[in-house]
Every structure is written in C-alpha cells, then in structure tokens.
Design a protein around this ligand. Sequence first.
Ligand code: LMR
Length: 400
Amino acid sequence: MWKNIQPAPPDSILGLTEQFKKDQNPHKVNLGVGVYKDNSGKTPILAAVKKAEQMLLAAETSKSYLPISGDPAYDRAVQKLVLGAESDAFQSARAVTVHAPGGTGALKVGADLLKRFMPEARVWVSSPTWANHNGIFGDAGFAIKNYSYYNPETRGLDFDRMIADLGRVPAGDIVVLHTCCHNPSGVDLDQGQWDEVVRLAEQQGWIPFLDFAYQGFGDGVVEDRYAVERFGTAGIDFLVASSFSKNFGLYNERTGALTVICPGADEAIVALSHVKTVIRTNYSNPPAHGGLAATIILEDSQLYEQWLAELADMRVRIKDMRKRLVQGLADCGVAGDFSFIEKQRGMFSFSGLSDNVVNWLRTEKGIYMVGGGRINLAGLTTDNIDYVCRAIGEAMETAA
Ligand code: LMR
C-alpha cells in the first residue's frame, strides 16, 4: 500500500519543534509552539500541580477506566471555571461537560458531534486562525469558510469587516471564535465588541463554537471568560472547547474539556448521550491523571489560590517580554514601529515579519517562528532577547 503514497507535510507548528530539536546551533531559540517557558527557558511543572499530584498518588487505589465522559468531579470543576459558578448555564444544569484529551480533542469531539446533526453546515474560522482548526473541522467533513478578523495594516482587529461577514453567515452554520488570546494574532475583541457578536449570533442563528485554550493568559480567569458568560446569558446553543494545557501546564496529560450549552436541562441530557457515543467510537474514555490533579486544585481553596498566583506569574512574565521585545528592537535600531506587540494579548504576537525573514531567522540564526510571523513571547528570556532582537534587525536588512 505504501509504495505509491507520498509523505504528508510536517505539521506547521509541532513540525517546527521536531526541526528545532535537531538544530545544532548553540544559540537556537524556539519561538514556535505555544508552550510556556520560564525565564530560564524551562517549561515548569506548576508547584500547585506537583502538590496535587503527590496527593493524587497517595490516594489513588485503582487504574480502572474513567467514565466515557470523564470523572464527574472534573467535569463539574471545569464547568464552574469556564462558565462561572454563578452563571445560569451552570446553575440550571443546561450545560454538559466531558473530559476530552486536550483542547484539540475537545474540538474534534465537538466537530464530530456537530457533523451528525448539522451535516450540511459550513464552519467559519477567523482569518487567520490556528492552523489545526482547518485540519480538525476539515477532517470531520466540513467545508471551511473564513471571516475577516485581522487587519495587517493596522495590526489590529478588522471589526467592521468581521461583523459584516458574520452578519452574512446563515442559520445552522458554525462559527469558531477565539474566546481570548487569539491564536495566532494576539488581537482580541473588547467587551462591547463581544456584545455585538453575541447579538449577531442571536439574530442570525449560527452556532458559536468557542475555543478557550488560554483562560487566564489575557487578564485573568474571570475576565477572560466574558464571551462565554455573554453567550450563556443570550440563551443560545453553543459549545466551548477548553484546555488546561497552558494554564495548568498540563500539556502532555491531555487535559481538556468539551462543554455543550443547551436551552434546558432536558436537552442537556440528550446532548450528553450523543457526546458519549462520539467519544466511545474515537478513544472510548479519557486519560485520568491530569484531570484528577486539576480537580484537586480546583476544589481546594489553598491550592486554587496558589495556582492563580502561578498563572498570574506566567501572564506577567509574558507581558514583560512584550515590553522588552519592543524596547530591544528599538535599541537595536530596527526600522518600524513595533509598539503593537504590547497591545496584543496572550502567548502570541503576530510580529508582522515576512516569511522570508522568518525563514532566514530559522536557517541563519536558529530562531524558530511559525510561518506568517507568529512569535511565542514565552520563548523569550532575559538571556536570549538581545540575540533575537539583533537577529531580527539583521534579517530585516538582509531578507526582507
Ligand atoms: C500552538 O498553537 O502552538 C499550540 O496550540 C500548540 C498546538 O497544538 O499547536
């Protein structure tokens, strides 16, 4: 079978990490994949997670299967964090949450679920979006369309065109929205703009699918869920794919969740039954460790506070790197106004660097960025930032 089959291209994000690992350049810097690193360049295990894991290992008595939908305590804890404990969606039991293997797993379960009941729907993603959105929804059998989002001239949100595009999306189509810390641009909607998008969803009858992979990396866990709360009070059907990869640092534990918000508790029971059949045929039931550890943290007030503080440290360090990058580029005399980097939010910045520059930086300097010029700010440290700024200056003169 394989004799006539060509190799698939490497993944545009995870493939870069594979290449980075092989790179012999002693100065190499990975600004590609969205993984947090501290100022020493390490991806730490959070202290709150370490403690919870110790408690978990001491208390654990079995490795038997979890339920198809995951541990009920985890599902409940996720719902409180993602929807808000005071929200009507949580209080009235009209939302169902299942543990999915990471945010990607949650998107895939949601996509397969939607394909069953909305087979003719098209899926609208922002232009640009996380490359894997196209892969996930495309592989689930959906036709993908783009709505305007980022304006390269202003380096900000193209809100008027976004609203115009979403105003033409018909009822029953699916619109994927980045709840906060837009990936790859770092450009977010403000609250008033979210209000308008929610109003459009109500008016048009399309189905919002919120990708919520960076809760806490914008302004804080509560502030960052504004869009989820607003869609919740609008009383429309929507879905949320959330992830604890970044905010708990549980990348390799595949700790995410799919939440389906329904009109009422009866519909929620129906929805859960179908989500479970999707999971059963995909991977049967989720892995346990990361979810059980996260639940311990979310249910213990001291560990919860400790986790919030550690999350705030990550957020603040990334913001500091934004500032230092803008200053560093100016200090190196790099032409152009890079102040927009400080306005962007979350882990990423759309640097505005051309693909020529991005390729030159990789091959000549061992600096890895995602095509399109996405930089993971958390890959910068006080040790490597000068090297990166000087290299960008050189690249813009040589390769721009
Ligand atoms: C990213 O965008 O770099 C992260 O979400 C990691 C991934 O899976 O692509």
